[in-house]
Design a binder for this molecule. Structure first.
Ligand code: URA
Length: 229
């Protein structure tokens, strides 16, 4: 048994599922929401230090009020793989790093299932950089205010594939209404970069039966990435 299959079995994921045909890119249907074009333009010119500084001091939406600190992202800034979650929780707000709680442990296991490790050819970010109070889902105006940061991160990293973890991340990246159950297993496009969609690890922790689908999605991602080499 390969290491990947072993990890998948340890996770309770499986059996291995592979696509026969190469995934085809699709374009999202809905237009992007309006946001502050001047601010987005300025952010779009920033280098990493300026961007991290801007995120750390951002007051563009109300999420800044209760945060301990903004959580910009972590990992390899020239990674092939970019994973995007929803927003920081309590532990992430405390430590300043995304996915360090229970959902993060599962994300690390998911990465290991496709031979990836946090920080090694992988960058992890969130749709919003500040913790939503009581871990509620970010509002549309909050994801819109934070979107220029994620856009600039994508431009600077230039990943080969972007993985949206859960609905808020998928809707932000695709600027469209998304249902994960309908979007998984399909290849979307963000300005020439393939985007794949899967369940958020926190959702998988609450819905263990869906882990098999997450495993299918991991195989799909691997395949999508394989076609980019
Ligand atoms: N959930 C997320 O979406 N992001 C994190 O950073 C932590 C939990």
């Amino acid at each position: 048994m390969s290491r990947r299959d072993q990890v998948a079995r340890d996770l309770g994921l499986g059996p291995t599922w592979r696509l026969r045909a190469a995934p085809q890119a699709e374009t999202p249907a809905l237009p992007a929401p309006a946001h502050d074009a001047a601010r987005a333009h300025t952010i779009g010119l920033m280098d990493w230090p300026a961007l991290l500084d801007e995120i750390g001091n951002c007051q563009a939406c109300d999420l800044c009020q209760a945060r301990k600190q903004a959580v910009p992202g972590v990992g390899d800034t020239s990674a092939d793989w970019l994973f995007v979650g929803e927003g920081p929780g309590a532990e992430e707000d405390e430590r300043g790093e995304p996915f360090v709680g229970q959902a993060g442990k599962l994300l690390d296991a998911m990465l290991a299932a496709i031979d990836l490790r946090r920080g090694d050819n992988v960058y992890i970010a969130n749709a919003v950089k500040c913790r939503p109070p009581n871990n509620r889902t970010p509002e549309a105006n909050e994801t819109a205010a934070c979107w220029p940061f994620l856009q600039r991160q994508i431009e600077l990293i230039q990943p080969k594939v972007i993985v949206a973890l859960g609905r808020p991340a998928a809707q932000t990246l695709l600027q469209a209404e998304v249902r994960i159950s309908a979007a998984r297993g399909r290849l979307f496009d963000y300005q020439g970069t393939p985007v794949v969609v899967t369940y958020h690890p926190a959702y998988l922790l609450r819905n263990l039966a869906e882990k098999a689908k997450a495993w299918e999605d991991l195989c799909f991602m691997r395949r999508a990435m394989g076609d980019r080499h």
